[in-house]
Design a protein around this ligand. Structure first.
Ligand code: GLC
Length: 670
């Protein structure tokens, strides 16, 4: 049962697809301390667990920290980073009185979940208003967490389903500068028989970082390259950034200015801020014509055979604005010739970095009011900042649907808000090559899934800093199970492709598992998307009456049948695993699976670096297929089962049609 309430003056966000009339009765949980600005308090019972908040740091249980939804480019993230790239304002309180609560707002919003007071949760918004949906379990709910999640997902609409090839392994790096670099990556993977489905193109493929251009000197024939790779079952996935370079003669810039498609300053002229190409304008995705225009530009690349994209820097990231740059230079100037003492030196050093993603800059430009039919009605960016990246994904999703009405296209984005989950997936931004970020991903993915972003994953191996061989292997072992499986790293780090390390056959074995599992992963993903379930969940969803399972923070449920206990510490020879029931342990080594029955309880499980271990639930089976070099080449008749059941159901389809029919696609595997 869902109750809807409204406070202040909410702006249309596009998050919700189901219509509810406003509930007239009193707010059913906690206390509204203030309607405007909105403040809600809820007293937590000692044993209440608070799940949700999507892309955010800390635990699966969000208690004990203060989070702020404010889409932010945060390359130096740590466990103390309050804001990440997404605004995922859904919580699921699991305890004596379980309920889900979604704060549908364009505004910045704070979640103090037992930080100021361990037993009190306080949620506050600024600026615009909020529509709050409180979801209670249905009367006959067998499993309250699943039930609330399904109701929530019905409210926000079905999650995006990418084409099947998008579940293959993707190799990326900021630094593949030429066609030859791409060919080299492909050649090395193929030479070593390590499966690969995609090579991801970062900003270097463009001319001067200009969206929808291809640098002809570096990529003389993108169409030819794309066709050549496709013959071998591989795809290219180019990046599209939010900022459009300010440059006379550049058609995208000129069309945008001529038609008034860019966000503007108070005086109505386009707003400029610095990103990779220098001064750039930002498409006003809340203007329907501008959105359609930007979405139609993807055709420039689809015409060259491209079928997948990643949208980046769309919080939007702004290195500086004309104003903030001037202010910084003026300030720097004022220190010239001074004797910098302790006080002044500490003031002086941060000045050059002070222009980065500034709130002051976000207050300097305006958009069309989202959902409004009045082109003259404007709203200041900071009031709807959290929607910007989401609406860019919408522009891409809608554009690609027009360009390719029958065939699904791949799209994933860095910034997001609930609502964008219907148009694309996400990757979780610029992490680093640290063991703590590997663990962070384990804890983050269940929340991300609950909020509808099923197609998701982190940069495997870590984006910033240099990885180590063992970190990459352990991370790939987790990546085997995440829908987006992408190895990506920054230009100034050690090379991170599997062939850059010794004994690449050990990497091959780990990635072979992904391909052995791929039809199952695809099947479970589509089922979860259609049914409103989470493809990756905390154990609490499957074992709600087992307190040990409910409180487990470093194991995951994957699909309907798998329990995963990833290794996330260096030099570990294995780890302790808690099994809530008897299960089958599957050990994957040297591209082969071995099975062993395990009893419920605690076990120390040996997991050598080159192996991957997962557990199949009691009474279930998971099909493994003969691994192949690309998703397209998997022999669908090669399945064998692991687990203690004699058969299982698998959903299959052509892998690209937009129409999905679960019943039609189900078949039994024995
Ligand atoms: C941003 C992205 C990163 C990308 C880089 C260059 O930092 O998050 O993935 O490699 O920009 O485009």
């Amino acid at each position: 049962m869902t109750n809807k309430f409204s406070f202040g003056a909410p702006v249309f966000t596009g998050a919700v697809v189901e219509k509810f009339s406003l509930c007239k009765s009193e707010f059913p949980v906690g206390k509204i301390e203030s309607e405007w600005p909105f403040t809600w308090n809820y007293n937590l019972e000692k044993t209440d667990i608070v799940f949700g908040l999507g892309e955010s740091v800390r635990g699966m249980n969000k208690r004990g920290f203060k989070y702020v939804s404010w889409c932010l480019d945060c390359p130096n993230q740590s466990e103390n980073t309050p804001s990440m790239y997404g605004a995922h304002n859904f919580l699921l309180v699991f305890g004596k009185n379980p309920f889900g609560i979604f704060f549908d707002t364009a505004s910045r919003i704070e979640f103090d979940i037992g930080w100021t007071d361990q037993d009190v949760m306080t949620v506050k918004t600024e600026d615009t208003g909020v529509e709050v949906y409180v979801i209670f379990p249905s009367d006959n709910a067998k499993n309250v967490l699943t039930d609330i999640t399904r109701q929530f997902r019905a409210l926000i609409g079905q999650s995006y389903i990418p084409p099947r090839w998008a579940f293959g392994y993707q190799q990326s790096r900021w630094g593949y500068k030429t066609e030859a670099d791409v060919r080299e990556v492909v050649r090395k993977y193929r030479e070593l028989n390590i499966p690969l489905d995609s090579v991801v193109l970062d900003i270097d493929y463009m001319t001067d970082y200009m969206d929808f251009t291809v640098d002809k000197e570096k990529f003389s024939d993108l169409k030819g390259l794309s066709a050549e790779l496709k013959k071998d079952g591989m795809h290219l996935i180019p990046i599209i950034d939010a900022g459009v370079k300010v440059k006379e003669g550049y058609d995208v810039y000129e069309e945008g200015v001529k038609n008034g498609y860019f966000a503007t300053k108070e005086d109505g002229t386009p707003y400029a801020a610095g990103v990779w190409p220098g001064r750039s304008h930002f498409t006003d995705f809340f203007n329907p014509q501008a959105r359609e225009w930007f979405g139609s530009k993807y055709k420039i690349l689809t015409d060259q055979g491209i079928e997948g994209f990643w949208n980046d820097m769309n919080e939007p990231a702004m290195f500086y604005s004309d104003d903030s740059l001037k202010e910084a230079f003026d300030k720097l100037e004022s220190y010239k010739g001074k004797n910098l003492d302790i006080q002044t030196f500490f003031e002086f050093t941060p000045i050059s970095g002070s222009t980065f993603n500034q709130l002051e800059d976000y207050k300097r430009f305006y958009h069309r009011v989202p959902g409004s039919s009045n082109p003259d009605e404007k709203i200041r960016h900071d009031k709807i900042h959290n929607l910007y990246g989401a609406w860019m994904t919408r522009a891409a999703g809608e554009g690609l649907e027009k360009i390719s009405p029958d065939k699904r296209m791949l799209i994933y984005s860095r910034a997001s808000a609930i609502g964008a989950h219907r148009y694309g997936g996400i990757w979780t931004g610029d992490n680093a090559s640290t063991w703590s970020h590997l663990l962070q991903e384990i804890k983050m993915l269940p929340g991300v899934n609950m909020c509808g972003f099923l197609y998701s994953g982190a940069d495997i191996g870590g984006f910033g800093d240099s990885t180590s061989r063992d970190l990459l292997m352990r991370w790939l072992a987790l990546g085997d199970f995440t829908p987006l499986m992408r190895n990506h790293s920054a230009w100034n780090t050690r090379l991170q492709e599997c062939y850059s390390f010794k004994n690449p056959e050990e990497f091959k074995s780990i990635i072979d598992l992904r391909y052995a599992l791929l039809p199952y992963i695809y099947s479970e993903f589509v089922k979860a998307a259609v049914n409103g379930d989470s493809y990756i969940r905390p154990l609490a969803f499957d074992y709600p009456n087992d307190r040990r399972a409910v409180c487990t923070e470093d194991e995951l449920m994957v699909g309907s049948d798998i329990l995963l206990a990833p290794v996330y510490t260096q030099n570990a020879e294995g780890r302790y695993v808690y099994l809530p029931e008897d299960m089958t342990m599957v050990t994957w080594s040297d591209s082969r699976a071995e099975q062993k029955p395990m009893s419920a309880g605690d076990h120390f499980v040996e997991i050598p670096l080159e192996t991957v271990v997962f557990f199949v639930k009691k009474g279930r089976a998971v099909p493994l297929f003969k691994s192949a070099l690309s998703s397209e080449q998997i022999d669908m008749n090669s399945a064998y089962l692991v687990g203690d059941a004699k058969s299982c159901e698998l959903y299959t389809d052509d892998g690209y049609s937009r129409k999905i029919n679960l019943n039609e696609g189900m078949r039994e595997i024995k």
